[in-house]
Design a binder for this molecule. Structure first.
Ligand SMILES: C[S@@+](CC[C@H](N)C(=O)[O-])C[C@H]1O[C@@H](n2cnc3c(N)ncnc32)[C@H](O)[C@@H]1O
Length: 268
């Protein structure tokens, strides 16, 4: 099975990342600060997407710090660079690079931040070993990864309920949307110690935020689902209509994806 990122990249992909930014950025900023993000640090942001969190990190490290932001999509890097305000550009080195090839960066970091990337790739153990290699001794890895099985609706609605995907996927055989759940276990197999892990799950309350769910769940994955033979066009339309009805019914509570916020320290 070849690895292929299943969402739109570049400016057109903003809507699906909007929902992640709205629901997870505040908690991500809190967690980075809690684990020592500070002025003067050298930081790597892996799979930076459109760079909203990269900008926050660049603000925090200040003029004496530096950020390398990588993504394996050229379009994503181009769009992220374009969105970045002028005063932060000098602090950020944007690069097209793969999480599997981190040694090619030829740099060691005080802190490595990586959010919602390992659950898209097929060899997360390999990626974690790369991350551990390029952390400075005592450096910090902040890994935030999804647990898609945790989604729920109350009252329970078939349009938005757990997919019951496997919790463990054999390395190299496919992506694991529940990797957040086992991230501390995977980290144990590296030269890093996991020192904090918190599962956080936002609920989607406002109508405008709930509508964004249709973008990621339906439009974004439409091509992937149909081309991949997972759904026919008619099945996709039914899935869309059912989810829209669920979202439009404000009496139904919607629990979004959960994510495990982990902090790990490189062994000296
Ligand atoms: C769901 S987005 C997350 C973006 C951002 N980290 C955030 O939390 O908003 C996943 C990102 O990882 C990038 N990506 C996927 N596979 C990658 C790989 N092997 N190496 C580097 N980046 C990758 C995608 O292009 C995409 O921008």
């Amino acid at each position: 099975m070849t690895e292929k990122y299943c969402f739109t990249v570049g400016d057109d992909g903003q809507k699906s990342l909007d929902l992640l930014d709205i629901t997870f950025n505040d908690q991500s900023k809190y967690f980075l600060n809690k684990h020592g993000l500070q002025q003067g640090m050298s930081v790597l942001d892996i799979g930076c997407g459109l760079g909203a969190m990269t900008q926050f990190i660049a603000e925090m490290v200040g003029d004496t710090g530096s950020v390398v932001a990588i993504d394996n999509s050229e379009n994503q890097i181009k769009a992220a660079k374009h969105r970045c305000p002028e005063h932060l550009q000098a602090r950020i080195n944007w690069q097209v690079a793969d999480v599997y090839d981190l040694e090619k960066l030829e740099k060691r970091f005080d802190l490595i931040y990586c959010r919602f990337v390992l659950h898209h790739i097929h060899k997360p153990r390999l990626a974690l070993s790369q991350i551990a290699k390029i952390l400075k001794p005592d450096g910090i890895y902040i890994g935030i990864e999804g647990i898609v099985n945790n989604v729920f609706s109350i009252p329970d609605n078939a349009a938005w309920r757990s997919n019951n995907f496997p919790i463990e996927v054999e390395e190299g055989t496919g992506r694991n949307g529940n990797i957040g759940k086992i991230l501390p276990t995977l980290i144990r197999g590296t030269t890093m110690n996991c020192i904090d892990a918190v599962i956080y799950q936002p609920m989607l309350l406002s109508s405008s935020i709930r509508q964004l769910l249709l973008v990621g769940e339906c439009f974004e994955s439409k091509q992937h689902q149909i081309e991949g033979g997972h759904l026919t066009e008619t099945e996709w339309q039914k899935k869309y209509d059912d989810l829209k009805a669920c979202i439009d019914d404000e009496s139904i509570l919607i629990g979004f994806y959960a994510a495990n916020f982990t902090a790990s320290r490189k062994v000296k």
